[in-house]
Design a protein. Structure first.
Lengths: 310, 455
């Protein structure tokens, strides 16, 4: 880690470095990155390595090969948990990609500044609620006898809270909650990305007779590709770790939503209920591998790391 | 001179070193384990000091218990910490003790848990750590004190003949009924489940909208299946369980419930939902349920709010000529830490809060598990004038809790809630899903290290 002393001792650094000096910007960059790097090591890399160590050992018995992995995969709750999270991820990520892009392009094409601005604000608003409080709000919304969506839910045939949160509905309910809290932020990001497209290109397309739809499809969408990949990567990382929503719903639903609904919850059960930290670590490592593989796919397909000089 | 490339190289080298240091600390924490066994009370004691402060964990409901102790013993060094009390099986008690086991220190000396199945794990050491719970019946708590508990009330605390906790309160199931309504309709209180079912059929026909029970809660199986002697939770050893949901007790009760749910004389709503209060205020004819239903549902302004002089209590029904037995919904427990540095004071505290009238009779919200306190508590409730009948049925039921339903480490309530409640609320049949229930219990039991047999 580059420390302050090294920076101060560097004779190439006068009181204020002139701009565009390569070595100065390196130091400044390192300074900016250093605090993050420290935290990444202590709270990211170190626990990951500890988890790897735990996953391949057995308490008091040393190296255990892949026995922890085969044990957790053989657990009767593992398959259902994977299915739950997959279904949730699939519905959520698809909804996120389609709706966020469509909404961002629509808001971007709104001519009136105040309307566009207030729409973005409204979209962003739910994101201000942190995970847990958003779930609490949805507990109320999903209650047919008390919530504002009551008439709609009753029309769909759900008369009690336990009918609304029937296990088969849960992946979609969690997807809706996540979309509602997370989409607004991404709409703003996409909006910013759309602003980056040179007006000249749009203007040229318009003169050539391109329709609104053609502009969106042939110019705006391709230039959003990287951002969409970025959104998907981050969403996958967050989504595979589904925990807060089912945990709170489990408490609120008198356990109709089980406390081992998601993979992360199962890992928690292993660590703190079965006192099997090794099994818990094995689940965490599996989760990491899958999330990394999925993210790598999107990074690669989305060309996220291909740099182009502006 | 500062060389960016060299510094990058150095920091790349330092990262693994830092990791190795962190990992070493982490490993050192794990390897700190101690052997169990030995000691004059049946476990290995820590070095004792009569002046050591004890830490007590309670839930907020038990605050008056700690206050009563401090009032009676103002000079004792007792530090009280409030936690969630394992409410709804949150697992916080177990979670924290696992972490203290890993750290090798920090255990509280006395812990209250609102659950009654904690002895199953607290009596067993895992990963080389000494079991958290102190053995109480090897001299720590005198035998003549232990014998003062209601019959069967320490079952949930007993593993392989050793007592690991003191029961705070009992939640034995009784048959609550509305005497005013029963008299008005000309019904007599059923003594058997057969009569109960026949009455349900009659209510459905003559007085639709009125109910004789509710099965929408997580503890429905502890009201109906337990008291029907359903062999779904027969814990036969520290890690052995017999599960047979096709036994007569289970199938009989499943049939009864299916029939009465279908004719709507038993509701599938949870008694703690606004829907229940809205639909059934003034419409509850009977309700099998725990002793605490009185304060939680009937005499509660935010629930059914039944006026004084209407609610009566009868012995729980039984099948045909079977001996009367009943179930139990919860009831808290007090644990003493085997790691305590002041066992004498910890024991004194635990004995006080479970047996002394200053708390159990004067302030406890639930039926005390300690027999003499229980009798005085009932007398006190009786004198409130709320009830239409005498409360002796509660005392009787306290000694009739069926011992064939055990307290394993996993939660039967959680299994019922996730497998059977969705079936019930979506109109499915309990009887035809008993196999599904069996599988779910067996799967969970195996995960928790139980040997499962089906008899």
């Amino acid at each position: 880690m580059t420390t302050l002393h090294e920076v101060a001792a560097d004779p190439g650094l006068p009181g204020r470095p002139p701009r565009r000096r390569p070595s100065g910007s390196h130091v400044a960059g390192a300074l900016f990155v250093a605090p993050y790097a420290v935290f990444l090591l202590v709270f990211g890399a170190a626990p990951t390595c500890y988890a790897l160590y735990l996953a391949f050992t057995k308490s008091g018995q040393g190296f255990a090969g892949i026995s922890n992995f085969s044990h957790v995969i053989g657990d009767f709750r593992f398959g259902p948990a994977v299915a739950h999270v997959s279904l949730y991820l699939l519905s959520w990520v698809i909804a996120l990609v389609v709706l966020v892009v469509v909404l961002a392009i629509m808001v971007h094409s709104v001519g009136m500044r105040w309307l566009s601005g207030s729409l973005r604000f409204v979209y962003y608003l739910p994101g201000a609620l942190a995970g847990a409080s958003a779930v609490l709000l949805w507990l109320f919304v999903l209650d047919p006898s008390a919530g504002p969506a009551g008439p709609l839910l009753r029309a769909l045939g759900y008369h009690t809270f336990s009918q609304t949160i029937h296990p088969t509905h849960l992946p979609y309910i969690f997807a809706i909650i996540s979309f509602w809290t997370g989409a607004g932020g991404w709409i703003l990001v996409m909006f910013g990305a759309l602003n980056n497209i040179s007006p000249d290109i749009i203007e040229a397309a318009r003169i050539d007779g391109a329709s609104r739809f053609q502009i969106a499809w042939r110019i705006q969408l391709p230039s959003l590709r990287k951002w969409i990949a970025y959104m998907v990567v981050l969403s996958l990382a967050a989504g595979t770790q589904l925990f807060v929503e089912p945990t709170l719903l489990s408490q609120a639903s008198q356990s109709i939503v089980p406390n081992d609904y998601s993979i992360n919850q199962l890992a928690y059960q292993y660590a703190f209920n079965l006192n099997d930290f090794n099994g818990s670590a094995a689940i965490a490592v599996l989760l990491l591998v899958v999330a990394l593989a999925l993210s790598a796919l999107f990074v690669w397909r989305g060309g996220l790391f291909t740099t182009e000089e502006r | 001179m500062h060389n960016p490339a060299a510094s990058r190289h150095r920091s790349r080298f330092r990262a693994p070193v830092a990791l190795a240091v962190v990992a070493t600390f982490a490993l050192a924490a794990c390897s700190n384990s101690s052997a169990s066994g030995g000691g004059k009370y049946g476990f290995k004691e820590a070095k004792q000091s009569s002046s050591a402060q004890i830490t007590v964990w309670i839930d907020s409901t038990r605050q008056p218990a700690a206050d009563a102790y401090k009032k009676a013993n103002p000079n004792d060094p007792v530090k009280v910490v409030t936690y969630d009390g394992e409410a709804n099986g949150s697992g916080s008690f177990k979670t924290k003790m696992n972490l203290y086991d890993k750290a090798g220190s920090g255990w509280p000396d006395v812990v209250f848990s609102s659950q009654n199945n904690d002895a199953s794990w607290a009596s067993q050491g895992t990963n080389g750590a000494q079991a958290y719970a102190a053995v109480l019946n090897k001299g720590l708590v005198p035998d003549n004190t232990l014998s003062g508990w209601s019959k069967g009330s320490l079952d949930a605390c007993t593993v392989n003949g050793q007592v690991y906790c003191l029961r705070n309160d009992l939640a034995q199931d009784v048959l609550w009924y509305n005497k005013t309504l029963m008299d008005q309709f000309g019904y007599t209180v059923p003594k058997t489940w057969e009569d109960y079912q026949a009455l349900g059929d009659k209510v459905a026909q003559d007085h639709p909208g009125y109910i004789i029970g509710a099965v929408g809660d997580t503890f429905a199986e502890e009201i109906y299946m337990w008291s029907s002697q359903c062999q779904a939770n027969d814990v036969t050893g520290a890690r052995a369980i017999t599960i047979n949901t096709s036994s007569t007790g289970c199938t009989q009760m499943a049939g009864l419930l299916d029939k009465e749910i279908a004719n709507k004389s038993i509701t599938t709503d949870s008694v703690f939902t606004p829907e229940f209060v809205k639909a059934y205020t003034g419409k509850v004819l009977m309700m099998p349920g725990p002793a605490w239903y009185a304060g939680a549902i009937f005499d509660n302004k935010t629930s059914l709010n039944v006026p004084a002089g209407q609610i009566g209590v009868a012995a729980p029904p039984s099948w045909g000529t079977n001996a009367p037995v009943t179930g139990d919904v919860g009831g808290g427990t007090w644990f003493i830490s085997s790691h305590s540095k002041n066992l004498a004071l910890a024991t004194k505290f635990a004995e006080f809060v479970t047996t002394d009238d200053a708390y159990q009779v004067d302030q406890a919200p639930g039926y005390p598990a300690y027999a003499s306190a229980g009798q005085k508590w009932i007398a006190k409730q009786q004198s409130s004038g709320y009830y239409a009948t005498d409360l002796s049925a509660i005392t009787t039921a306290g000694g009739e809790v069926w011992s064939g339903w055990g307290a394993p480490t996993f939660s039967q309530e959680a299994i019922w809630a996730k497998t059977m409640t969705p079936v019930i609320t979506s109109g499915g049949s309990i009887a035809s899903n008993l196999g599904k229930w069996q599988t779910a219990i067996a799967d969970q039991a195996k995960v928790d290290g139980y040997t499962v047999s089906t008899k």
